[in-house]
Design a protein around this ligand. Sequence first.
Ligand SMILES: NC(=O)c1ccc[n+]([C@@H]2O[C@H](COP(=O)([O-])OP(=O)(O)OC[C@H]3O[C@@H](n4cnc5c(N)ncnc54)[C@H](OP(=O)(O)O)[C@@H]3O)[C@@H](O)[C@H]2O)c1
Length: 267
Amino acid sequence: MKTVLITGASTGIGKATAELFFQRGWNVVATMRTPQSDRDDPRWMVTRLDVTDAESITQALTAGQSRFGGIDVLVNNAGYGLVGTFESMDEARVQRQFETNVFGLMRMCRAAIPQMRERGSGVLVNVASMGGRLTFPFYSVYHATKWAVDGFTESLQFELAPLGIRVKLIEPGAIKTDFYDRSVDFVHDRALSAYNDTVDKGTRRMNAFGAKGAAPTLVAETIWNAATKDNARLRYPVGSDAKSLLFLRRLLPDAVYRGMMRKQLLG
Ligand SMILES: NC(=O)c1ccc[n+]([C@@H]2O[C@H](COP(=O)([O-])OP(=O)(O)OC[C@H]3O[C@@H](n4cnc5c(N)ncnc54)[C@H](OP(=O)(O)O)[C@@H]3O)[C@@H](O)[C@H]2O)c1
């Protein structure tokens, strides 16, 4: 029986993914910062893991491996969004964003790869975003983290493929989860009044965009396909917005594309 370990499984995409793999007969190590579960089943394990805390990563992986004999699939899902005007963000806030979305994900990969290399198999599934290949206003640092995850993942698949380890990149569009409220760290200093109009307009439009998002189960289904289909595909956009925007981004000249986005989001 196969085993998946998922980060950020308390809510949203991570929770839906844990549920789907469990329903399809896998052993599940559902990791979260504050463990909670009402399921008591030998195939279900909830354990504490904070991607910014290396000790908790080692403990969770060791616990999962000793209970289920190894991790076949790692889903790096934990993340949040630092949003607002860059000028309002101090260094510590920017570092915290990278600590979670980039260095946390890398820490997870570093911890999981050795046992996958020894077994000659395994799948790393990194949840980036369509925002890892395109951008929206006031998400500059969040995008920087997701573009970093995109580049990291694309390069990593070259070096891990010969070892039998497949690497996947999930690129969700807007998904209706806690992301747009609880998982947004919004920062804008209203005293920087030159920004206020565009911040208000952009935030309203981005929130409306988020409210129309797809269900997290759609991402979970995509993660399932990425993890279980034995092929070399790297990128998995999720949702009609991700598919159409990434298509336009590729198709249109840069200035035309940016003009279209400016008009849609700030015009
Ligand atoms: N929703 C979207 O529109 C969307 C679009 C593209 C990509 N994504 C990406 O999808 C992933 C999941 O987001 P979501 O939409 O499912 O939002 P969510 O429901 O808010 O889930 C975010 C999860 O990340 C966890 N998390 C945050 N910091 C963590 C840390 N240091 N260590 C471990 N876990 C941590 C949260 O745990 P706590 O419960 O402890 O806070 C929560 O379980 C994120 O990487 C996000 O960037 C989302």
